[in-house]
Design a protein around this ligand. Structure first.
Ligand code: BES
Ligand code: MN
Ligand code: ZN
Length: 496
């Protein structure tokens, strides 16, 4: 989709779909202007709908005998309360209404005066991401027509076009993440993730190292390898690196949980556990893949970014791990596996040890780690656990910029006792209450003390059944935009 800024007014623009944000009680009289422009009895029709401009209101009509094909009005709510998120929602609603029409889409919204470029980016991302559809698995793909050109109408200050350059790489990253998550587990396997990494490395000049099973054995990754003992698929430990062309001021590590399928193992997922959705258990890895794709294109200065994914499947056969097995992670910690379904943390443990050995300035992991996080925060907000206030604030601000829900949760060390094992250094699973907290505390054991680390549980946000805002039903690509925002924020301060 081609995206541009245009100084045209709604009265003068001509193209396919003209979409206008209308605040409650329309102080700008846009409706009256459109009435004149298209010679319509618009206000009478809107009264009847009823459309008052409140948030969620939408009116769309086909125009005959005009130089535009359709007019879309999106309610913005109280003019005084319009913020970046309401612009995002309005842009997404306009895009959904324009879906099905080809040609150009114009979007006219009340762009904020303090950061119009930020508003433009938010709206453009929302449009492109709302129009995403996935026909890869249809035998006869029948793509619907959809606008291939977006014009943002407004009185733009000079010189902000450069800021828009990030939109396409970031959206491509989100779309890559969505594709990886949505693809079934017989298509996205650990080897396929490694192939994706190889293609990213080749196309975008990243450095790639893939550790095979024997390499992981040599490194003593007994925790990671225990998870795939019952699977016919080889594990892949994937390490992608972005190196800036200038001096490195900060080294960051992004770690993603990469379970291409989680059956639960001998603690098999039964009943309401939704085993059929456990293809999305590589959502953390999809997010870091998507972020790396964007970062590789945006080439931030001064930051070196590493991506680590310990990918495998959690399956059952005669070699599968027994509930009760004791394994040893690569830092020497012994773990009693009292629940084979708490497998994500076992894979992350060895990835976090490896991450720590890179001596980074920060480590952030993303994982569909616990059902308890979904119970706590639902599907619009991911949980953030970190002992580092600076890193937490930077991530919260990156998420807020990106419009992705993120809420800091307690990393309450007293719950660590829930992981005490009679025989080994620790168990992999604590009691059900506070299950997301003990999961985070388990991970913390594998991060070298002193390295700022944050864990983001995306079990709820990785997927939406019904679709919401800029996410059509299915995989959301959650996390890509937050991670890219965060990495870019580190780049701009890196030289300071
Ligand atoms: N992949 C699941 C977490 C999950 C559950 C994600 C539901 C999305 C929706 C994870 O591996 C898991 O099974 N966690 C267990 C942990 C428990 C055994 C301590 C859980 O949450 O039930
Ligand atoms: Mn599990
Ligand atoms: Zn899992």
């Amino acid at each position: 989709m081609k995206i541009s800024l245009s100084p045209a007014t709604p009265e003068a623009w001509s193209g396919s779909v003209l979409a206008l944000g209308i605040p409650k009680d329309d102080p700008q009289d846009l409706v009256a202007a459109m009435e004149r422009r298209f010679d319509l009895q618009l206000s009478a029709w809107l009264k009847q709908k009823p459309f008052t401009g409140k948030s969620g209101d939408l009116a769309s009509l086909q125009l005959l005998r005009s130089d535009c094909t359709a007019l879309v009005l999106v309610g913005l709510g109280d003019a005084a309360e319009v913020d970046r998120n309401s612009l995002r929602k309005a842009a997404a609603a306009a895009a959904r209404a324009a879906n099905g029409q080809s040609g150009s889409l114009a979007l006219h919204l009340p762009w904020g005066s303090e950061d119009p470029a930020g508003d433009a980016i938010a709206a453009a991302e929302a449009v492109r991401l709302s129009l995403y559809s996935d026909l890869r698995f249809r035998s006869k793909p029948e793509p619907k027509p959809c606008p291939d050109q977006l014009e943002l109408l407004g009185q733009w200050p000079a010189g902000i076009d450069g800021a828009l350059a990030a939109i396409q790489p970031v959206c491509a990253g989100v779309e890559l993440a969505r594709e990886l998550v949505a693809a079934p587990p017989n298509s996205v396997t650990p080897s396929e993730l490694a192939n994706t990494a190889e293609a990213l490395a080749k196309d975008h000049g990243l450095e790639l190292k893939v550790l095979e099973r024997s390499d992981c054995e040599a490194k003593g990754m007994g925790s990671f390898l225990s998870v795939c003992q019952g699977s016919d698929m080889d594990p892949k430990f994937i390490h992608l690196t972005y190196r800036p062309s200038d001096a490195v001021h900060k080294r960051l590590v992004l770690v993603g949980k990469g379970l291409t399928f989680d059956s639960g193992g001998y603690n098999l997922k039964v009943g309401a556990a939704q085993i059929d959705m456990m293809k999305f258990d590589m959502g953390g890895s999809a997010a870091v893949f998507g972020a790396m794709r964007a970062i590789a294109e945006l080439q931030p200065a001064g930051v070196e970014v590493h991506m680590l994914v310990a990918s495998c499947e959690n399956m059952i056969n005669g070699s599968a791990v027994h509930p009760g097995d004791i394994v040893t992670a690569s830092n020497g910690t012994t773990i009693e596996i009292n629940n084979t379904d708490a497998e994500g943390r076992l894979t992350l443990a060895d990835a976090l040890v490896y991450a720590s050995e890179l001596k980074p300035d920060a480590i952030v992991d993303l994982a569909t780690l616990t059902g308890a996080c979904v119970v706590a925060l639902g599907d619009e907000i991911a949980g953030l656990w970190s002992g580092d206030d600076g890193l937490s604030e930077a991530l919260e601000s990156a998420a807020s910029n990106a419009g992705e829900g993120l809420w800091r949760m307690p990393l309450h060390s007293s719950y660590r006792k829930g992981l005490k094992s009679l025989l080994a250094d620790m168990k992999n699973t604590g009691p059900r209450p506070g299950g997301s907290i003990t999961a985070a505390l388990f991970l913390k054991e594998f991060v070298e003390a002193g390295i700022p680390w944050a864990h983001i549980d995306i079990a709820g946000t990785v997927w939406t059944d019904k679709g919401r805002d800029l996410n059509p039903s299915g995989a959301t690509g959650y996390g890509v935009r937050t991670l890219v925002n965060w990495v870019l924020s580190q780049a701009s301060t890196a030289a300071a």
